[in-house]
Ligand binder design. Structure first.
Ligand SMILES: C[S@@+](CC[C@H](N)C(=O)[O-])C[C@H]1O[C@@H](n2cnc3c(N)ncnc32)[C@H](O)[C@@H]1O
Length: 280
């Protein structure tokens, strides 16, 4: 089987020092990924997006494609990372003596209502935890839930949908209803031209949450990424305004990959076919 394209993405780890190799730093991960995919026609391309005002919330992305013209065809991807889950919402993802299983977790949590047409294969962990994969035609989605209090976490990812047929803000709100997190991030990746993605390239005002940061990054060939972090804010009028951070200008490109630790990256690096940068 030939790889057509690959994308690896993650937020900042909650416990970075607990990560085993090769996840001790993004540069280590990129080295491993380039070992597998760096020889694809596009070369490996890596980005770190984040707002310096929100230091523990960065979005790490790696792409490679067998097309020399990057990026691959039209595609929108939404990725949400949620922490501080509401304890009642999280309790759904604990097994119970009455045989409470993954199917009931999917229904009771509201996950089945996020995109009702999805066919879902769900799994409950023992004593708690939940994962599912969903499919409908070319649309794919996945959810993973760690419900334990103190380090609760849920992720939602969907790709391959028609952005004109799914309303961006409403989808985010259906996901939030399942978990009611204290904080969350949304990463949007658009391949195939900015305009095609309709409302998906714009920031969303989400009821009950304040946008804490908003970062945008153009991808060579017409692609686009947007990364937004939110924190719950019941009294919306007193919420601080979001800081909108622009994409880096070409003149900010610096060749300093080897000298830069991930924690202090402040530049864009292009070296031997891969690019890594932090957007400020
Ligand atoms: C949903 S699973 C992780 C799935 C997957 N690694 C991910 O996040 O993409 C994590 C939750 O399942 C629970 N769990 C129970 N048994 C587990 C196991 N054998 N492996 C991983 N997680 C387990 C953890 O305590 C946690 O609440």
């Amino acid at each position: 089987m030939t790889v057509f394209s690959v994308k690896y993405s993650r937020g900042s780890f909650i416990f970075p020092s607990a990560q085993p190799a090769p996840h001790r730093s993004f540069s280590e991960e990129v080295t491993v990924l380039n070992g597998f995919f760096g020889k694809l026609a596009s070369g490996g391309r890596a980005y770190v997006m984040g707002d310096p005002m929100v230091p523990n919330r960065k979005w790490h992305v790696y792409f490679a494609s067998n097309e020399s013209i990057f990026p691959p065809p039209r595609m929108v991807t939404l990725e949400m990372c949620m922490t501080g889950l509401n304890s009642e919402s999280a309790s759904v993802f604990f097994k119970k003596d009455d045989g409470h299983n993954a199917k009931q977790m999917t229904k009771l949590s509201g996950i089945s209502d996020i995109l009702p047409e999805m066919e879902i294969c769900d799994f409950e962990f023992d004593p708690c935890g939940y994962s599912m994969n969903g499919i409908h035609a070319q649309v794919l989605s996945t959810v993973h839930v760690t419900p334990e209090d103190g380090f609760s976490y849920a992720s939602y990812e969907v790709m391959g949908f028609n952005p004109g047929a799914v309303e961006y803000k409403a989808l985010i709100e259906r996901v939030l209803r399942c978990f009611k997190p204290a904080e969350f991030s949304v990463a949007i990746t658009v391949f195939g031209g900015h305009k095609w993605a309709d409302s998906w390239g714009r920031s969303a005002a989400v009821d009950g949450y304040a946008s804490r940061s908003h970062v945008e990054q153009e991808i060579p060939g017409g692609g686009f990424m947007m990364y937004q972090c939110y924190a719950s804010c019941p009294n919306y009028s007193s919420c601080p305004k979001a800081v909108k951070v622009a994409a880096p200008l070409p003149k900010q490109i610096m060749h300093c990959w080897e000298e830069v630790e991930e924690s202090e990256m402040c530049c864009v690096v292009e070296k031997k076919g891969f690019t890594i940068g932090e957007v400020r």
